[in-house]
Design a protein around this ligand. Sequence first.
Ligand code: SF4
Length: 315
Amino acid sequence: MKIAVSGCLLGQSVRFDSGHKRDDFVMDELSEYAEYISFCPENMAFSNPRPSIRLVKNTDESLKVQSNKTGDDLSDTLSEASKKDLDNIAMHDLRAIIFKSKSPTCGIGSAKVYLENGFAAGKDDGVFVAMCKEKFPLLPMEEEGRLCDAWLRENFVMQLYSYDSFENFKVGANMKDLVEFHRVNKFMLQSKNDVLYRKLGKIVGNHEKKTFTEILSKYEFLFKTAIAKKSSKGKTRNVLEHMAGFVKSFLDSEEKMMLHEQIDDYAAQIIPLIVPLSTLKLYASKYEVAYLLEQTFLSPYPKELALRSNVKCVK
Ligand code: SF4
Protein backbone atom coordinates (compact mmCIF):
# COMPACT_ATOMS: atom_id res chain seq x y z
CA MET A 1 0.00 0.00 0.00
CA LYS A 2 1.70 3.19 -1.16
CA ILE A 3 1.21 6.39 0.84
CA ALA A 4 2.82 9.73 -0.05
CA VAL A 5 4.16 11.47 3.05
CA SER A 6 5.76 14.85 3.81
CA GLY A 7 9.49 14.09 3.94
CA CYS A 8 10.00 15.83 7.30
CA LEU A 9 7.52 13.40 8.94
CA LEU A 10 9.69 10.53 7.69
CA GLY A 11 12.62 11.93 9.66
CA GLN A 12 14.31 13.50 6.65
CA SER A 13 16.25 16.69 7.44
CA VAL A 14 14.44 18.82 4.87
CA ARG A 15 12.91 21.61 6.97
CA PHE A 16 13.98 25.25 6.67
CA ASP A 17 16.32 24.81 9.67
CA SER A 18 17.65 21.46 8.31
CA GLY A 19 15.67 19.67 11.00
CA HIS A 20 12.83 17.16 10.71
CA LYS A 21 9.51 16.33 12.39
CA ARG A 22 9.65 12.53 12.58
CA ASP A 23 6.18 11.23 13.38
CA ASP A 24 5.92 8.18 15.65
CA PHE A 25 2.58 6.91 14.31
CA VAL A 26 3.75 7.16 10.70
CA MET A 27 7.19 5.71 11.35
CA ASP A 28 6.56 3.12 14.07
CA GLU A 29 2.99 1.90 13.48
CA LEU A 30 1.59 2.54 9.99
CA SER A 31 4.98 1.82 8.38
CA GLU A 32 4.41 -1.91 9.03
CA TYR A 33 1.68 -1.86 6.40
CA ALA A 34 2.71 0.84 3.95
CA GLU A 35 5.41 1.85 1.52
CA TYR A 36 6.12 5.57 1.77
CA ILE A 37 6.74 7.92 -1.13
CA SER A 38 8.32 11.09 0.22
CA PHE A 39 7.95 14.65 -1.03
CA CYS A 40 9.15 18.09 0.03
CA PRO A 41 8.44 20.90 -2.44
CA GLU A 42 10.19 23.53 -0.28
CA ASN A 43 13.41 21.58 -0.13
CA MET A 44 13.25 21.00 -3.89
CA ALA A 45 12.70 24.72 -4.47
CA PHE A 46 15.04 26.31 -1.93
CA SER A 47 17.17 23.46 -0.46
CA ASN A 48 18.17 23.77 3.25
CA PRO A 49 18.84 25.59 5.46
CA ARG A 50 16.61 28.32 3.99
CA PRO A 51 14.64 31.32 5.27
CA SER A 52 11.13 30.34 6.38
CA ILE A 53 8.17 31.35 4.22
CA ARG A 54 4.55 32.31 4.78
CA LEU A 55 1.29 32.70 2.89
CA VAL A 56 0.16 36.27 2.30
CA LYS A 57 -3.24 37.39 1.05
CA ASN A 58 -3.20 39.75 -1.95
CA THR A 59 -5.75 42.54 -2.30
CA ASP A 60 -7.67 40.38 -4.83
CA GLU A 61 -7.91 37.61 -2.14
CA SER A 62 -5.45 35.33 -3.99
CA LEU A 63 -2.48 33.99 -2.00
CA LYS A 64 1.22 34.44 -2.54
CA VAL A 65 4.25 32.86 -0.89
CA GLN A 66 6.60 35.34 0.75
CA SER A 67 10.04 34.97 2.31
CA ASN A 68 9.95 35.86 6.01
CA LYS A 69 13.49 37.21 5.71
CA THR A 70 13.46 39.33 2.54
CA GLY A 71 9.75 39.74 1.77
CA ASP A 72 10.42 38.43 -1.77
CA ASP A 73 7.54 36.82 -3.63
CA LEU A 74 8.53 33.14 -3.98
CA SER A 75 5.19 31.90 -5.35
CA ASP A 76 6.40 30.86 -8.79
CA THR A 77 9.46 28.97 -7.51
CA LEU A 78 7.46 27.02 -4.93
CA SER A 79 4.65 26.38 -7.40
CA GLU A 80 7.09 24.90 -9.94
CA ALA A 81 8.69 22.63 -7.35
CA SER A 82 5.24 21.57 -6.12
CA LYS A 83 4.23 20.60 -9.65
CA LYS A 84 7.37 18.46 -9.95
CA ASP A 85 6.65 16.73 -6.63
CA LEU A 86 3.04 16.26 -7.70
CA ASP A 87 4.20 14.54 -10.90
CA ASN A 88 6.58 12.38 -8.85
CA ILE A 89 3.94 11.10 -6.43
CA ALA A 90 1.36 10.72 -9.23
CA MET A 91 3.58 8.07 -10.84
CA HIS A 92 2.65 5.77 -7.95
CA ASP A 93 -0.61 3.94 -7.33
CA LEU A 94 -1.28 5.90 -4.13
CA ARG A 95 -3.75 4.99 -1.41
CA ALA A 96 -3.39 8.18 0.65
CA ILE A 97 -1.30 11.26 1.41
CA ILE A 98 -0.16 12.32 4.89
CA PHE A 99 0.92 15.94 5.23
CA LYS A 100 2.78 17.95 7.85
CA SER A 101 0.30 20.25 9.54
CA LYS A 102 0.49 24.06 9.71
CA SER A 103 3.04 24.36 6.91
CA PRO A 104 2.46 27.00 4.17
CA THR A 105 3.17 24.18 1.72
CA CYS A 106 1.78 21.05 3.40
CA GLY A 107 -0.91 22.17 5.87
CA ILE A 108 -4.48 21.00 5.15
CA GLY A 109 -6.52 24.06 6.02
CA SER A 110 -4.05 24.75 8.85
CA ALA A 111 -1.51 27.00 7.08
CA LYS A 112 -1.61 30.49 8.59
CA VAL A 113 -2.39 33.31 6.17
CA TYR A 114 -1.23 36.88 6.77
CA LEU A 115 -2.09 40.30 5.41
CA GLU A 116 0.62 42.50 3.88
CA ASN A 117 0.72 44.46 7.15
CA GLY A 118 1.60 41.29 9.07
CA PHE A 119 -1.81 40.78 10.70
CA ALA A 120 -3.27 37.28 10.72
CA ALA A 121 -5.95 36.63 8.09
CA GLY A 122 -7.11 33.08 8.94
CA LYS A 123 -5.94 29.71 7.68
CA ASP A 124 -5.93 27.91 4.36
CA ASP A 125 -4.51 24.94 2.47
CA GLY A 126 -0.79 24.99 1.80
CA VAL A 127 0.42 25.39 -1.78
CA PHE A 128 1.13 21.69 -2.38
CA VAL A 129 -2.06 20.53 -0.63
CA ALA A 130 -4.21 22.71 -2.90
CA MET A 131 -2.59 21.05 -5.93
CA CYS A 132 -3.02 17.53 -4.48
CA LYS A 133 -6.71 18.14 -3.74
CA GLU A 134 -7.27 19.19 -7.34
CA LYS A 135 -5.32 16.26 -8.78
CA PHE A 136 -6.66 13.54 -6.42
CA PRO A 137 -10.10 14.72 -5.26
CA LEU A 138 -11.15 11.37 -3.74
CA LEU A 139 -7.82 10.20 -2.30
CA PRO A 140 -7.67 9.94 1.52
CA MET A 141 -5.59 12.84 2.89
CA GLU A 142 -4.82 13.80 6.46
CA GLU A 143 -2.36 15.85 8.49
CA GLU A 144 -0.13 14.36 11.15
CA GLY A 145 -1.41 16.89 13.71
CA ARG A 146 -5.02 15.68 13.32
CA LEU A 147 -3.86 12.04 13.42
CA CYS A 148 -2.97 12.55 17.09
CA ASP A 149 -6.72 12.53 17.76
CA ALA A 150 -7.84 8.91 18.30
CA TRP A 151 -11.19 9.42 16.53
CA LEU A 152 -9.67 11.14 13.47
CA ARG A 153 -6.91 8.52 13.31
CA GLU A 154 -9.44 5.68 13.34
CA ASN A 155 -11.52 7.41 10.67
CA PHE A 156 -8.48 7.98 8.46
CA VAL A 157 -7.21 4.40 8.73
CA MET A 158 -10.71 3.04 8.06
CA GLN A 159 -10.92 5.28 4.96
CA LEU A 160 -7.45 4.23 3.84
CA TYR A 161 -8.17 0.50 4.06
CA SER A 162 -11.65 0.86 2.52
CA TYR A 163 -10.14 2.84 -0.36
CA ASP A 164 -7.48 0.16 -0.80
CA SER A 165 -10.07 -2.62 -0.74
CA PHE A 166 -12.06 -0.89 -3.51
CA GLU A 167 -8.96 -0.35 -5.65
CA ASN A 168 -8.06 -4.03 -5.31
CA PHE A 169 -11.65 -5.17 -5.83
CA LYS A 170 -12.33 -3.24 -9.03
CA VAL A 171 -9.60 -5.00 -11.01
CA GLY A 172 -11.46 -7.55 -13.14
CA ALA A 173 -14.70 -7.17 -11.16
CA ASN A 174 -18.13 -7.97 -12.59
CA MET A 175 -21.69 -7.16 -11.50
CA LYS A 176 -21.91 -10.16 -9.21
CA ASP A 177 -18.68 -9.09 -7.49
CA LEU A 178 -20.07 -5.59 -6.98
CA VAL A 179 -23.24 -6.91 -5.34
CA GLU A 180 -21.05 -8.94 -2.98
CA PHE A 181 -18.69 -6.00 -2.31
CA HIS A 182 -21.65 -3.80 -1.40
CA ARG A 183 -23.09 -6.49 0.84
CA VAL A 184 -19.97 -7.07 2.93
CA ASN A 185 -19.42 -3.31 3.32
CA LYS A 186 -22.96 -2.59 4.52
CA PHE A 187 -22.17 -1.81 8.17
CA MET A 188 -18.91 -0.03 7.39
CA LEU A 189 -20.80 2.28 5.00
CA GLN A 190 -23.66 2.79 7.44
CA SER A 191 -21.18 3.83 10.12
CA LYS A 192 -20.13 6.58 7.71
CA ASN A 193 -23.34 7.75 6.06
CA ASP A 194 -26.61 5.86 5.80
CA VAL A 195 -28.02 8.08 3.02
CA LEU A 196 -25.00 7.40 0.80
CA TYR A 197 -25.17 3.70 1.67
CA ARG A 198 -28.74 3.61 0.37
CA LYS A 199 -27.81 5.55 -2.77
CA LEU A 200 -25.03 3.02 -3.40
CA GLY A 201 -27.61 0.25 -3.01
CA LYS A 202 -29.73 1.88 -5.74
CA ILE A 203 -26.71 2.03 -8.05
CA VAL A 204 -26.07 -1.69 -7.48
CA GLY A 205 -29.82 -2.36 -8.05
CA ASN A 206 -29.30 -0.97 -11.59
CA HIS A 207 -32.99 -0.49 -12.45
CA GLU A 208 -31.99 1.71 -15.39
CA LYS A 209 -30.07 -1.22 -16.94
CA LYS A 210 -26.80 0.70 -17.36
CA THR A 211 -23.57 -0.98 -18.48
CA PHE A 212 -21.31 -2.37 -15.76
CA THR A 213 -18.63 0.20 -16.62
CA GLU A 214 -21.11 3.04 -15.96
CA ILE A 215 -22.34 1.39 -12.76
CA LEU A 216 -18.82 0.81 -11.46
CA SER A 217 -17.79 4.39 -12.15
CA LYS A 218 -20.84 5.83 -10.35
CA TYR A 219 -20.35 3.38 -7.48
CA GLU A 220 -16.67 4.27 -7.16
CA PHE A 221 -17.35 7.99 -6.90
CA LEU A 222 -20.06 7.58 -4.26
CA PHE A 223 -18.20 4.86 -2.33
CA LYS A 224 -15.07 6.99 -2.06
CA THR A 225 -17.23 9.97 -1.06
CA ALA A 226 -18.96 7.90 1.64
CA ILE A 227 -15.75 6.55 3.19
CA ALA A 228 -14.41 10.10 3.48
CA LYS A 229 -17.25 10.94 5.91
CA LYS A 230 -16.56 10.78 9.62
CA SER A 231 -18.28 8.24 11.83
CA SER A 232 -20.13 9.40 14.95
CA LYS A 233 -21.24 7.94 18.23
CA GLY A 234 -24.86 7.85 17.02
CA LYS A 235 -24.10 6.21 13.68
CA THR A 236 -21.79 3.59 15.22
CA ARG A 237 -24.29 2.85 17.95
CA ASN A 238 -27.02 2.28 15.34
CA VAL A 239 -24.74 -0.11 13.48
CA LEU A 240 -23.96 -2.04 16.68
CA GLU A 241 -27.68 -2.30 17.53
CA HIS A 242 -28.42 -3.44 13.99
CA MET A 243 -25.69 -6.09 14.20
CA ALA A 244 -27.01 -7.23 17.57
CA GLY A 245 -30.34 -7.88 15.84
CA PHE A 246 -28.66 -10.67 13.83
CA VAL A 247 -27.67 -12.66 16.92
CA LYS A 248 -30.43 -11.82 19.40
CA SER A 249 -32.56 -14.89 18.60
CA PHE A 250 -29.65 -17.09 19.81
CA LEU A 251 -29.13 -15.27 23.13
CA ASP A 252 -30.82 -15.64 26.50
CA SER A 253 -32.09 -12.52 28.25
CA GLU A 254 -28.94 -12.13 30.37
CA GLU A 255 -26.66 -12.29 27.32
CA LYS A 256 -28.85 -9.79 25.46
CA MET A 257 -28.76 -7.45 28.44
CA MET A 258 -24.98 -7.68 28.67
CA LEU A 259 -24.55 -6.94 24.96
CA HIS A 260 -26.81 -3.89 25.13
CA GLU A 261 -25.04 -2.68 28.24
CA GLN A 262 -21.73 -2.89 26.38
CA ILE A 263 -23.17 -0.85 23.51
CA ASP A 264 -24.46 1.76 26.00
CA ASP A 265 -21.10 1.85 27.78
CA TYR A 266 -19.30 2.32 24.47
CA ALA A 267 -21.55 5.28 23.60
CA ALA A 268 -20.89 6.72 27.07
CA GLN A 269 -17.12 6.38 26.46
CA ILE A 270 -16.74 4.03 29.44
CA ILE A 271 -15.42 1.12 27.35
CA PRO A 272 -13.80 1.14 23.88
CA LEU A 273 -15.50 0.03 20.66
CA ILE A 274 -13.48 -3.17 20.56
CA VAL A 275 -15.50 -4.57 23.51
CA PRO A 276 -19.03 -4.73 21.99
CA LEU A 277 -17.49 -5.65 18.62
CA SER A 278 -15.62 -8.60 20.14
CA THR A 279 -18.79 -9.78 21.84
CA LEU A 280 -20.71 -9.54 18.56
CA LYS A 281 -17.93 -11.39 16.77
CA LEU A 282 -17.95 -14.11 19.40
CA TYR A 283 -21.72 -14.67 19.08
CA ALA A 284 -21.60 -14.47 15.28
CA SER A 285 -18.87 -17.08 15.30
CA LYS A 286 -20.51 -19.33 17.89
CA TYR A 287 -23.87 -19.30 16.10
CA GLU A 288 -22.37 -19.24 12.60
CA VAL A 289 -23.99 -16.01 11.46
CA ALA A 290 -22.04 -15.77 8.20
CA TYR A 291 -23.61 -12.45 7.19
CA LEU A 292 -22.06 -10.75 10.23
CA LEU A 293 -18.72 -12.54 10.08
CA GLU A 294 -18.23 -11.40 6.48
CA GLN A 295 -18.78 -7.71 7.30
CA THR A 296 -15.67 -5.57 6.81
CA PHE A 297 -16.82 -3.41 9.75
CA LEU A 298 -15.74 -6.20 12.13
CA SER A 299 -12.12 -6.16 10.90
CA PRO A 300 -11.53 -3.16 8.62
CA TYR A 301 -7.76 -2.95 9.17
CA PRO A 302 -5.00 -4.91 10.98
CA LYS A 303 -6.04 -5.43 14.59
CA GLU A 304 -2.48 -4.73 15.72
CA LEU A 305 -3.11 -1.03 15.07
CA ALA A 306 -5.49 -1.28 18.07
CA LEU A 307 -7.34 1.88 17.06
CA ARG A 308 -10.63 0.69 18.53
CA SER A 309 -9.06 -0.03 21.91
CA ASN A 310 -9.11 3.66 22.82
CA VAL A 311 -12.29 5.02 24.51
CA LYS A 312 -11.57 8.32 22.77
CA CYS A 313 -12.02 6.89 19.27
CA VAL A 314 -15.58 8.22 19.26
CA LYS A 315 -17.27 11.62 18.84
S1 SF4 B 1 6.16 20.59 5.78
FE1 SF4 B 1 6.31 19.96 3.64
S2 SF4 B 1 7.54 21.54 2.65
FE2 SF4 B 1 7.85 21.75 4.88
S3 SF4 B 1 9.67 20.54 5.34
FE3 SF4 B 1 7.92 19.19 5.64
S4 SF4 B 1 7.65 18.17 3.64
FE4 SF4 B 1 8.96 19.95 3.32
